[in-house]
Ligand binder design. Structure first.
Ligand SMILES: [Zn+2]
Length: 329
């Protein structure tokens, strides 16, 4: 049974059960007078969860007008081609820098294979091309009109060059993709404060652009954030300030390592990365466990929760160092 949560303002959050995990990746269905819009398909292996949600929500295939993704990382858009095939009327909405790689996904697949490896790629499922004539390339300021509600496009590069957020004017909520970090509703509930992490993976992370995008969203009139990972977060200002703060800390940590040079450059880079990963991990461990020292021991924070946090921090450390090394040259 698909997990669907009805949010206010005719928005429905669907757990896409990414690679079998609950509470990791969400897609959102938005209802307007002229039809429906789906934001984020998840990977191809999540197409079943989408189809089940469509059935439960009573959406007829011709009523789905738009399928939009925030960027083309496979956990957000890997299923775009597969899902689009079921909905002949739907236009596919994304940034032009991403669109070309969904129309011809060979480079996207090769890059993802390199990054994720065979096992994960099999879990994500097969990426199939999107027909070019169905694509709407969107840029800053473009508007998707659903009749009685409008969805604005905000360009928010930093996590990826092709990243956009979608802003729903009715609920003043932003579908944030990965631009505003990865939110953990479970840990936020347990710790009674927001727990989220900036997502800064290699090779696309650009610190300057991410800061700019964060300021741009922070100074907009938003009231809530629809996180792809995962669920609704508010108050938005507190969440964005939290991400800005963490990003500043991690970038400074990264800077101190990227400035360390050694005789053996290759070995040194690997060592810097390991040290940064360790320092970031210790930092978030202190933040998570500080207020409730026994959290880990009580088993409330499961092995899986912890592993997820640590893996993400490790990936983020790699992106930060790679970016800082690039700007140094
Ligand atoms: Zn991403």
């Amino acid at each position: 049974m698909a997990d669907i949560i009805e949010l206010s303002g005719d928005i429905f959050q669907v757990d896409l059960k990414e690679c079998g995990y609950e509470g990791r990746t969400a897609g959102y269905f938005v209802r307007g007078k002229d039809g429906w819009m789906l934001l984020e398909t998840g990977p191809a292996s999540s197409a079943g969860a989408i189809m089940e949600a469509v059935k439960l929500l009573g959406i007829k295939p011709e009523q789905l007008k738009y399928i939009a993704v925030t960027h083309i990382h496979l956990d957000h858009a890997g299923g775009l081609g597969v899902v689009a095939k079921y909905f002949n009327e739907a236009r596919v909405v994304l940034h032009p820098k991403g669109a070309r790689h969904m129309i011809n996904p060979s480079r996207l697949i090769a890059g993802a294979y390199n990054f994720w490896g065979k096992e994960k790629m099999e879990q994500y499922g097969e990426v199939i091309p999107v027909a070019e004539e169905r694509v709407i390339n969107v840029l800053e300021g473009d508007v998707i009109d659903l009749g009685d509600r409008k969805i604005e496009v905000w360009e928010t590069p930093g996590h990826a060059k092709n990243h956009v957020c979608y802003y729903d004017t009715r609920t003043r909520g932003v579908f944030s993709g990965d631009a505003l970090g990865v939110f953990s509703p479970k840990l936020s509930r347990l710790l009674e404060r927001p727990v989220l992490r900036p997502a800064t993976p290699a090779p696309d992370f650009n610190g300057e652009l991410m800061f700019k995008s964060l300021y741009r969203v922070a100074t907009s009139k938003i009231e809530q954030i629809y996180f792809t990972h995962f669920g609704v977060g508010r108050p938005s200002q507190l969440l964005i300030e939290n991400i800005l703060g963490q990003l500043s800390v991690f970038m400074e940590m990264g800077r101190s390592y990227s400035e360390q040079k050694g005789a053996d450059e290759k070995n040194n880079e690997q060592k810097n990365l390991e040290n940064l990963q360790l320092e970031m991990e210790q930092y978030i461990r202190k933040g998570l466990l500080g207020p409730k020292k026994n959290l880990e021991k009580t088993g409330i924070l499961t092995e899986q929760d912890w592993e997820f946090q640590v893996n993400m921090i490790r990936m983020s450390a790699g992106g930060i160092l790679q970016y800082l090394n690039k700007v140094k040259c």
